[in-house]
Design a protein around this ligand. Structure first.
Ligand code: GDP
Length: 461
């Protein structure tokens, strides 16, 4: 364990609430607790048993004035979040109360923690690996059941275990190659070559299985970027409202990254749909008309899913065809809306354009077909393969890239093996694969990458 000073931060979000928690971690945490917290019992804080909650007062070190009534818990190393001595003081959740408590702690010798520094210590002290640390962040930012359960799965170390198994296997192969180089009798080498081929193939399959989950995993974590398109008055806003009404929980309205795009979140079967609503779209203005063909194309290009709404009570127009042409290469869900009215649209023509893309008949007004739309969205994400929270999913772009690099280096190893080159050539590629996989768990990652990951954390975590 390397030397680390004692840090402190407010762990709860700013604002007024039931309680506010200030957290201290490091060698001097208990000593500082003695200075800033006076148990009601008259004991010293440092006499309190580990992980027992104590009632008392936060005190001003100089004036001995009571700042707030609070509860304090000491979690002694190594049985704490950071594996260091940790003290948590739960005071009243008011701005002044937590701030003054933190001030007292800082005056007593702690340093204000950087974002994510508690979790970084848990990683540096070896309690969790890098993928688990990232999972902590993902849990905090989860907006659906499914992304929460995928992140908890990762925090529990299921990805860590899988990566470790593969890396152990690669090390074992490396050891065998070394043995072959040291004792190059021919019969030993022949047996080992087969074994190596089997081993490489096995790990390669495992890497590919994980990579196969990354598309769905990323959608689960980040939500499906969805754009609703269609000419004016086909029922885009009505459809969006019907979907919003249908969902069990509206997550939140979050302003988008640009000024004219607003994101609306809809939770569909545990999947977050980020509906990109251009300003004015909901006032019945047409997306194409509003922002121009070029911008529409860009917006559509960036989307994971296009919901294309057609008015089923009218014949297809040139404007529909223009949109069909723009979206034909994307993942599209076609909604034939207004089926409560007389049916005039020519479905065959649409099919000609869009092939076998999903087509759903609906009525936003009469609330028909909304369940089918929800099912279709879920099917698109999971292709019926992954069930919620049960399987390991790659939800993190950094992990995906590392796996892709690992796949590449291991493919190289396989090619080298098949080409009959000397066996020690393979060891370079296997070692590289081992390194690439280690990036996920943080075993072989550079310090600046680690710093960058923790910078995105919130203060106090
Ligand atoms: P947008 O311009 O594409 O957003 O279309 P709107 O959602 O504003 O709808 C245009 C008009 O069509 C409104 O008068 C809606 O009430 C009506 N409308 C929308 N969906 C349906 C539907 O399923 N059936 C019927 N009969 N009318 C609908």
């Amino acid at each position: 364990m390397e030397f680390m000073d004692t840090i402190a931060a407010i762990a709860t979000p700013p604002g007024e609430g039931g309680i506010g928690i200030v957290r201290i971690s490091g060698d001097r945490a208990v000593e500082i607790a003695d200075m800033v917290f006076k148990p009601k019992s008259g004991n010293k804080s440092s006499d309190i048993k580990s992980r027992r909650v104590t009632y008392g007062y936060v005190i001003d070190r100089d004036g001995n004035q009571n700042i707030d009534e609070a509860l304090m818990t000491i979690m002694r190393a190594p049985y704490s979040y950071t594996m260091e001595d940790v003290v948590e003081i739960s005071c009243h959740g008011g701005f002044m109360s937590v701030k003054k408590t933190l001030d007292c702690i800082l005056k007593s010798g702690a340093r204000l923690a950087e974002p994510g520094e508690f979790t970084k210590r848990a990683f540096l002290n070896g309690r969790i690996d890098l993928s688990q640390a990232e999972a902590v962040m993902d849990i905090i930012s989860s907006k659906t059941d499914m992304s929460l359960s995928a992140s908890v799965n990762q925090l529990q170390g299921n990805l860590t275990k899988e990566i470790k198994k593969m890396r152990d296997k690669l090390l074992e192969m490396l050891a065998k190659i070394e043995a072959n180089i040291d004792f190059p009798e021919e019969d030993i080498e022949e047996v080992s070559l087969k074994e190596l081929e089997y081993g490489i193939d096995d790990v390669l399959k495992k890497i590919r299985n994980l990579l196969d989950t990354s598309e769905a995993g990323m959608l689960v974590k980040n939500g499906i970027k969805t754009v609703i398109v269609g000419r004016p008055n086909v029922g885009k806003s009505s459809l969006m409202n019907a979907l919003l009404k249908q969902q069990r929980a509206i997550v939140t309205d979050v302003p988008g990254t640009t000024r004219d795009l607003i994101e609306e979140y809809i939770n569909i079967k545990g999947i977050l749909m980020r509906i990109i609503d251009t300003a004015g779209l909901r006032d019945s203005h047409d997306l194409v008309e509003k922002i121009g063909v070029q911008k529409t194309k860009e917006t559509i290009q960036q989307a994971d899913l296009i919901i294309f709404v057609i008015d089923g009570s009218e014949k297809i127009t040139d404007e529909d065809r223009k949109i069909l042409d723009i979206i034909k290469d994307k993942k599209v869900l076609i909604i034939i809306n207004k089926i409560d009215l007389a049916y005039r649209v020519d479905i065959e023509e649409i099919k000609e354009f869009l092939g076998d893309k999903s087509l759903i008949k609906a009525s936003a007004k009469e609330n028909i077909g909304m369940d089918i739309i929800e099912d279709a969205v879920a099917d698109m994400v999971f292709k019926g393969e992954i069930k919620m929270g049960q399987d390991l999913m790659i939800t993190n772009m950094r992990h995906k890239l590392a796996l892709e690099q690992a796949e590449k280096s291991l493919e190289k190893a396989m090619n080298t093996l098949n080409s009959g080159l000397p066996i020690d050539f393979i060891s370079i590629d296997i070692r590289e694969t081992w390194m690439n996989l280690g990036k996920i768990t943080g075993d072989t990652v550079e310090e600046d990458v680690i710093d960058k990951i923790f910078k995105d954390f919130c203060i106090g975590k």
